[in-house]
Structures are given as C-alpha cells and as structure tokens.
Design a protein. Structure first.
Ligand code: NAP
Length: 309
C-alpha cells in the first residue's frame, strides 16, 4: 500500500475535474480515479450551449479534455481506472483499484449518474441500432424518420422537442395520464406540430429486422390491450441512476442511491465529500456539477486543515 494521500477524487465529470483543479491549486496533491470511460455523461453530448464562457458553444468531449488539461496543469494526477471498492469506516480511507490499495485522508465522490434503460424485450439487441438514451448524441441519425420517446418527465419533453429538428414525427409514449414534466416543458411539447403524445402506453417488446428497429408492441396498462406501432428510432428518457453501487453500506444514500449531503458537501462520513449528479436529483447541469465540485474541494481543504495534522 502506498502512503496516504491528502485527497482522492473518484469520478471525472465536471464535478470531479473542478474538484481536481481546486484541490491541486490548494497544493493537496490530489489523485483522481477517472474510470475506464473518463469524462462522464458529457462525453456522450455533442454541443453544450449553456455552459457560461463559450459564446459559440462547445463539444462535450472537447470541454472535458479542456477541464482535465486545466486541472492537470496544476498537478492533478489522473488514472483512467475504475474503483472497485472502498472502506470509509476509518481514516485514512481505503480505495481499491485493480486489486491495489490506495488511501487518503479525504475523499471526494463525483461518479455521476447513468441513463436508465427500459429493459423491454428486444432492447439489448437494438441498443445503438435504433434505440438510444441520448437524443443530443444520436438524433442526427434519424433525419426525416419517425421516432418514439419514452417517458413523461422534463427529459422526455426536452428530447422530443430537440428531435423535431431532425425527425419527421416524434411520438411521446407515457405510461400514465399525468406528466412529471414541468408545465412549461409539457406545453412546449404539446404545441409542437411534429409531436404526438400517447398516454397509457408501455413498451412490451421492440420489433426489428436485419436493418434495425421497425416498431414496438405497446400495452395499455389499464386493461392489457396490445397495440403495434411502427417507428425507426426510439429514445428512452426515463431518468438516471447514480453510480454508487461500489459505495453500498459505506455512506448514507436516499432510496434511489443518490448520496446525501450532511453539512455543505460533506456526506454522512466526516472527511468524505460528494459533488455533481451523484447527489443531484434536481439540476443535473454541467455548470451546477462544476460549481458543486468547487464547493467540495473547498470543504475538503478546510476540513483537512481543521482535522488532519
Ligand atoms: P424524471 O423526472 O424522474 O421522469 C422520469 C419519467 O420516466 C417519469 O415520467 C416516469 O413515469 C417515467 N418512467 C420511469 N420509469 C419508467 C419505466 N420503467 N417505464 C416507463 N416510464 C418510466 O426524470 P427526467 O425526466 O430525466 O428528469 C430528471 C430531473 O432532471 C428532473 O428534476 C427534471 O426536472 C430535470 N431536467 C430538467 C430539464 C430542464 O429543465 N431543461 C431537462 C431534463 C431534466 P412516472 O411519472 O409514471 O413515474
């Protein structure tokens, strides 16, 4: 086992890199485990137009490369490896990566959240061949085609509206009558002439041929009536799951697995901080994640100063 570091950061989206930048500039010699697929969800995003400071917008992957470079310039050490497990029961905290043990006096958790899939029959085979969880990434491939969007939240409304830029028709399929989406987002979707909304529709099975997706068998959950509908693409927008499986039993989480903050960005364990989508069920923006990464770094710095001598 190597000597205990001051800070280990787990996860590498905007929250993690910003925490890396701040802890590096605070001379805390941070080590980041960025994951095998470093960069987080923005690596799947084409254009980011709402991150302040980029008047012309910026590509998601490009922005993550810039964030990483900026933090590395000040000394952030990055390993593109996954953390297998942690032991937060005593200090220094322990982190296992590819069988090797690392330790740190403070930990910042910024592992983000991933899109949830429906898990309907035939879905696994069509992932990336007509079924996607990211309209921004894949919408372009469905130019002049008919697609469906599954879900009734803001993500579904936003994805449906976005897809009308490319697709000839977008049908939103929602499993119940009322929408979780904000009124303004729902109204915008309803007012869009290219969008049709169907309620009480659950996907039972995806249909496909050798070229890709051709449609779906839908069910009305009220009486089990089945319908067949055709579509060339499907976008699943039913929410996200935080990447906290490796933290089970270590730190307090809500019922969905999002990490809970106790004091500022500190978790239920003193010395363990969390930032970004792994705690955020509300905003989920690159800018809010980056802001929280900064807060976690400052909280960690102050905590180390007061508690570790
Ligand atoms: P969400 O608000 O949790 O909504 C998920 C939707 O998917 C719900 O309508 C839910 O139906 C449906 N759903 C869940 N599991 C399903 C299943 N197995 N089969 C069929 N439908 C299923 O998630 P979200 O839309 O991703 O939004 C998450 C958060 O990000 C929200 O706070 C949202 O406001 C925010 N957000 C904001 C914006 C924006 O303001 N620009 C854009 C996107 C997201 P039920 O309603 O029946 O549970």
């Amino acid at each position: 086992m190597s000597e205990a570091r001051q800070v280990i950061i787990i996860g590498s989206g905007p929250a993690g890199y910003t925490a890396g930048l701040y802890t590096a500039r605070a001379m805390l010699d941070p080590l980041m485990f960025a994951g095998y697929a470093s960069g987080g969800q923005l690596m799947l995003t084409s254009d980011v137009e709402n991150y302040p400071g980029y008047p012309e917008g910026v590509g998601g992957p490009e922005m993550m490369v810039d964030l990483r470079k900026q933090a590395e310039r000040f000394g952030l050490e990055v390993e593109d490896k996954n953390v297998e497990r942690v032991d937060l029961s005593e200090r220094p905290f322990k982190v296992w990566v590819e069988g090797e043990e690392f330790s740190a006096n403070a930990i910042i958790l910024s592992t983000g959240a991933d899109a949830i899939w429906l898990g309907a029959e035939g879905e696994a085979e069509q992932k990336g061949r007509g079924i996607s969880t990211c309209a921004t990434c894949d919408g372009f491939f469905f130019r002049d085609q008919e697609v469906v969007v599954i879900g009734g939240g803001d993500s579904a409304m936003e994805e449906a509206n976005f897809l009308t830029r490319f697709c000839s028709k977008v049908t939103i399929l929602h499993r119940r009558e009322y929408f979780r989406a904000s009124k303004v987002m729902e109204e915008r979707a309803r007012a869009n002439p290219k969008i049709e909304i169907q309620t009480f529709r659950v996907v039972k099975r995806w249909l496909s041929d050798e070229k890709g997706l051709t449609g779906a068998i839908l069910e009305d959950p009220r009486d089990g009536t089945e319908y067949e509908m055709s579509c060339e693409g499907a976008f699943i927008a039913i929410g996200h799951k935080p990447n906290t499986g490796f933290l089970e039993g270590q730190v307090e989480m809500d019922d969905s697995g999002y990490i809970l903050h106790h004091e500022h960005t500190m978790t239920s364990i003193a010395g363990v901080f969390a930032a970004g989508d792994v705690v955020d069920t509300r905003y989920r923006q690159a800018i809010t994640a980056a802001g929280m990464g900064c807060e976690a770094a400052i909280d960690a710095e102050k905590w180390l100063e007061d508690n570790v001598h």
